[in-house]
Design a protein around this ligand. Structure first.
Ligand SMILES: Nc1nc2c(ncn2[C@@H]2O[C@H](COP(=O)(O)OP(=O)(O)O)[C@@H](O)[C@H]2O)c(=O)[nH]1
Ligand SMILES: [Mg+2]
Ligand SMILES: [Zn+2]
Length: 309
């Protein structure tokens, strides 16, 4: 049988079939997981083949299908092993508010860069538009223009009044969605307009870098009535910058891509080099100044000073 892992406890898995039947399953023996040195072989979102033997209560997972993407954490700070949080995520959704708490463009860009590194498409949701002053409205319009222009889907809505919710619902319908954002931006409120009664245990994102040890908790996927799932990640502080090397960062600023092919040096860091096409594009306005500033801030992060360019 074929199914989707919707819950993982570490020792057993809840697998849902196309027909929405649920099976408790286990794994037997060692599992090959695409060369990842992970503490857990399977995560929510994995598609698996399994068998259910006659008179057995528990199914047996035989194979895991290749993943489109996955979200991963180091098992502990110093560990070389990782913990896979979820796989095959359709959308990483960042909920933003401009009023209170205020989400910065630096935070948005760190999120987007991380999602690119994970190969997870992301969506920006500007919530609390009912609280927008003319000034905040102007700021929001500017940001939406920047991000839409480079290809990110943006939604402006209010979980409070319901304004703007419908197009967003259409977008995430029949998809597997992960919500992130600072505490208080309205993640729970939005999820509640989509699926009343669903209470996420998701930890709020308060910092953009990962420090300290991580609690190993297991994610869960909740089916939503409009179709699709919302991934709940208890104890996991949303996205943080993962271990990518600084030289990869430009490729995660998606609008740098084609432009940087015209840089004089093919390993251009777009910081100080002569004839840098990215810097030229910033000066001519085709790359947003805020994006470039956030790029500089990211490559200058503590993490990268230990792993220089
Ligand atoms: N005015 C207004 N308040 C909102 C909106 N969305 C959420 N809130 C309020 O913001 C606070 C935090 O929302 P919550 O959903 O708990 O945020 P979370 O921490 O991201 O889950 C609550 O008091 C909500 O009632 C909105 O669109 N407009
Ligand atoms: Mg909440
Ligand atoms: Zn350059």
């Amino acid at each position: 049988m074929e199914g989707l892992v919707i819950k993982s406890t570490g020792s057993w898995y809840l697998v849902q079939t196309q027909a929405k039947e649920l099976f408790k399953c286990k794994i037997k023996g060692r599992f090959k997981t695409q060369g990842i040195n992970s503490t857990n072989p399977l995560a929510v979102g994995d598609n698996v083949s399994f068998i259910v033997l006659k008179e057995e209560e528990v199914g047996l997972i035989k194979t895991i299908h290749p993943r489109r993407n996955y979200l991963i954490r180091k098992a502990t700070k110093l560990s070389s092993r990782s913990h896979i949080i979820a796989a095959n995520i359709d959308y990483a959704i960042l909920v933003i508010s401009l009023s209170f708490p205020r989400t910065s463009s630096g935070f948005i860009d760190r999120f987007l860069v991380t999602a690119e590194a994970y190969h997870i498409p992301s969506i920006l949701v500007f919530n609390k538009i009912d609280l927008n002053t003319p000034e905040l409205q102007l700021q929001m319009d500017e940001w939406m223009e920047i991000y839409q222009k480079i290809g990110y889907a943006c939604f402006a809505l209010s979980a409070q009044t319901g304004k703007g919710i419908e197009p967003f619902k259409k977008m995430i319908q029949n998809k597997t969605n992960l919500f992130s954002g600072h505490s208080g931006v309205g993640k729970s409120a939005i999820v509640n307009t989509i699926q009343p009664g669903l209470r996420l245990k998701t930890a709020d994102v308060s910092v953009s870098t990962e420090k300290g040890t991580h609690t190993t908790t297991f994610a869960e996927m909740h089916h939503i009535d409009i179709g699709g799932y919302i991934i709940d990640t208890p104890g996991i502080k949303g996205f943080g910058l993962i271990d990518f090397v600084p030289s990869e960062v430009p490729s995660y600023f998606i609008e740098f891509g084609n432009i940087s092919q015209n840089c004089k040096f093919n390993n251009c860091s777009h910081t100080h080099e002569p004839n840098c096409a990215v810097i030229d594009a910033v000066n001519s306005g085709s790359i947003a100044q805020s994006r470039y500033n956030n790029y500089l801030a990211i490559i200058k992060d503590d993490y990268f000073s230990e792993n220089p360019y």
